[in-house]
Design a protein around this ligand. Structure first.
Ligand SMILES: [Zn+2]
Length: 298
């Protein structure tokens, strides 16, 4: 199984256009690499010319990220190598890229019914994906259901999350609002969990079982945005379990078996800075910090 991290940042990436926190400034000054919003590509084999790729997450820059990676170049007949796109939730950093992937290829999207409805209902821009009858094939998947797709066995696992900001109080929260995806293939289990608001038995099970898990590295502190002077919203209200502290996710990740890789890392998170105390704690726990272009063979 070949895995490429195309994007490792949270919403807005690093540097974020309107932010001058330590992480954003470090990225602007070339001290740390810039990060696009979270997006991971997986191929069942070595990702050679005949193989399709799964795309986990469709951030606004998805088309650019795919276009510039040589391993995902289009086939000679001009068809895309993206065999399916898996969405965890309806946040814009998961879905906006569907509109950027509009140039006439057929897209096969998988998400829960709630995420599908949230994107397609009352969204005029979604009609840009109706250029031909088969341009958009969107399969709604029930949490827990196992399905075959390309060379993979996929499952969406309900994990604590939230309704996307733009849907606000127009829909009722449900267990379908946010999932982690598991991708089984060639005896390996890869998990993609960029948004996990809190621990649950299902999250523990995922951490026990996965050979490689991409896990929510959005925030270190529960009140990180307030500390950075960027608003009052807390990490958990935004659907993210912070890494640090006695109840933090790093403790759970430290106990996990496989490779644990932080993804969806917000620009305010001190783990982005290589000389921070928080980065040392992460490394001591045996946990990796994803960067754009990171490649893994499992
Ligand atoms: Zn910043």
């Amino acid at each position: 199984v070949r895995i490429i991290v195309l994007g490792s940042g949270a919403g807005g990436g690093v540097p974020q256009w309107n932010c001058a926190c330590a992480g954003c400034e470090a990225a602007r000054n070339g001290y740390i690499p810039p990060r696009s919003e979270a997006c991971v590509a997986i191929a069942a084999g070595d990702g050679g010319p005949g193989e399709p790729w799964l795309l986990l997450g469709a951030p606004a820059t998805a088309a650019t990220l795919v276009a510039r990676h040589p391993a995902i170049r289009p086939r000679p007949n001009g068809r895309s190598r993206i065999g399916a796109i898996l969405l965890c939730n309806g946040d814009l950093d998961q879905t906006l890229g569907l509109l950027s992937l509009r140039e006439g290829d057929s897209l096969h999207v998988l998400s829960t019914e709630a995420v599908k409805r949230g994107f397609l209902d009352e969204n005029r821009l979604a009609r840009t994906l109706e250029r031909s009858p088969d341009q958009l094939r969107w399969r709604a998947v029930a949490p827990g259901e196992r399905l075959a797709c390309l060379a993979f066995e996929l499952a969406a696992l309900a994990v604590p999350g939230k309704v996307p900001l733009h849907l606000g109080d127009t829909v009722s929260p449900s267990a379908e609002d946010n999932v982690a995806w598991t991708v089984r293939c060639n005896g390996k289990l890869v998990a993609f969990a960029p948004s996990v608001a809190a621990p649950t038995p299902a999250v523990s099970g995922l951490l026990d079982e996965a050979d490689v898990v991409f896990f929510d590295g959005t925030f270190w502190f529960a009140d990180e945005l307030r500390r950075a002077g960027r608003g009052e919203r807390g990490a958990r209200d935004m659907g993210h379990w912070p890494l640090g502290g006695p109840e933090g996710s790093l403790e759970a990740l430290e106990r996990a078996r496989g490779r644990r890789i932080l993804v969806h890392i917000n620009n305010t998170n001190p783990v982005l800075l290589p000389d921070s105390a928080e980065r040392s704690l992460v490394e001591r726990a045996g946990v990796e910090v994803a960067h754009d272009g990171m490649e893994i063979v499992a």
